[in-house]
Design a protein around this ligand. Sequence first.
Ligand SMILES: Cc1cc2nc3c(=O)[nH]c(=O)nc-3n(C[C@H](O)[C@H](O)[C@H](O)COP(=O)(O)OP(=O)(O)OC[C@H]3O[C@@H](n4cnc5c(N)ncnc54)[C@H](O)[C@@H]3O)c2cc1C
Length: 390
Amino acid sequence: MKQNSPQIVIIGGGVIGTSIAYHLAKQDACVTLIEKNDLASGSSGACDGLVFMQSKKPGVHLSLAMESLNRFESLQRELPIDIEFKKTGGMVIIETDAEYRAMEKFTREQQAIGLDVRLLDQSQALEKEPFLSPSIMGSTFSPLDAQVNPISLTLGLALAAKKNHARVITHAKVLGIHTKNNRVTGVATTQGNFDADMVVNAAGSMAGRVSDMVEMSMPVQPRRGQIVVTHAGKPVLTRCLISAKYIAAKYDPSLADKSGQGISMEQADNGNLLLGSTREFVGFNRENTLSGIKKIIRQTAAILPVLENFQVIRSFAGLRPYTPDGLPILGPVRSLDGFFMAAGHEGDGIALSPITGDLMARMLLGQKIHIPLDAFSPDRFGSNGGKHHD
Ligand SMILES: Cc1cc2nc3c(=O)[nH]c(=O)nc-3n(C[C@H](O)[C@H](O)[C@H](O)COP(=O)(O)OP(=O)(O)OC[C@H]3O[C@@H](n4cnc5c(N)ncnc54)[C@H](O)[C@@H]3O)c2cc1C
């Protein structure tokens, strides 16, 4: 560790906090990550592991995702545990004429910026995934889409951070942030106080609560997603699938069905199918509901009828950190020196974690950044403008 290097405290041991910790520790920074429960106990341990390019809007979001994708292969080699990263390719399943037209436009925009994605008709889609229902109209396909094990990724990043001398403290809840002369000086936790020159808010769906500690309002809201898990069955899917409704639910509510659904499906290495997911604003409630589970099963079975032969073994729910413009909040907060945001990745935090960790580490260490980050600035919401802290 470099002498006299600034002390950096990261709040949150999800995939974002651990990725920042790892990228900082690799550069010999003095970093302490503080997690109130266990690592990956938030959204990063209750989600799918899709590293999807096709679901991102062309523009800054897709560019960031492509940069992130390029880093997964090196992470697979660098991290001390297998993160099960596989470039399987992915498909967006199209069920109606309206969806076909919308996806035609969406893929054209993506192709225009160089994404390798194409539209498939029904028989081409079934050729790729023979267990799909013949009732679908077609799909898109991109060989770039991938999947990863999100829990292994989070734990692997934390382990690698520790190997590089980061302190990782679990079961310590941050209760307050100390400030003096309008700059952060440390955090108070259930395990005592920690000095800090810089504090990073990587508290996922709870990032708003953490910002409230310094009277700064950040519009991060929990958006619940329920997932149903089947027993480990024979291989029936080789790629990750999402439905065109999923993209609609994310970006174009007029196309989404009334309940704002849209499915995602993947088969893990051991054969379990993960079927998801709902998008609901129900506060911090992480329960599964019968209606949510029924919708997921109905919609996934319509696309993959072989599910009739699978047993459901469990369900769980996570809270996506939603922001009003669908983009994460990354970078320094102008009105309080030393306070940084790294939250609000909604349904893309796993996919965006490598690039987020890298960019945040560079920002915290005052290094050059090659990607324009204005679109992600915490100050874009105009919160709090130059409020002073004593
Ligand atoms: C159903 C579902 C499916 C998803 N599928 C995908 C997918 O396929 N691909 C993808 O890229 N993303 C997906 N996501 C999104 C992804 O899970 C999130 O974007 C990502 O996990 C966010 O990571 P995070 O580190 O910001 O938050 P979290 O993982 O929630 O971590 C935040 C941590 O902060 C801790 N914390 C909060 N307050 C404090 C405090 N006061 N003191 C100390 N610690 C605190 C919490 O305990 C938590 O562990 C999905 C999400 C859901 C719910």
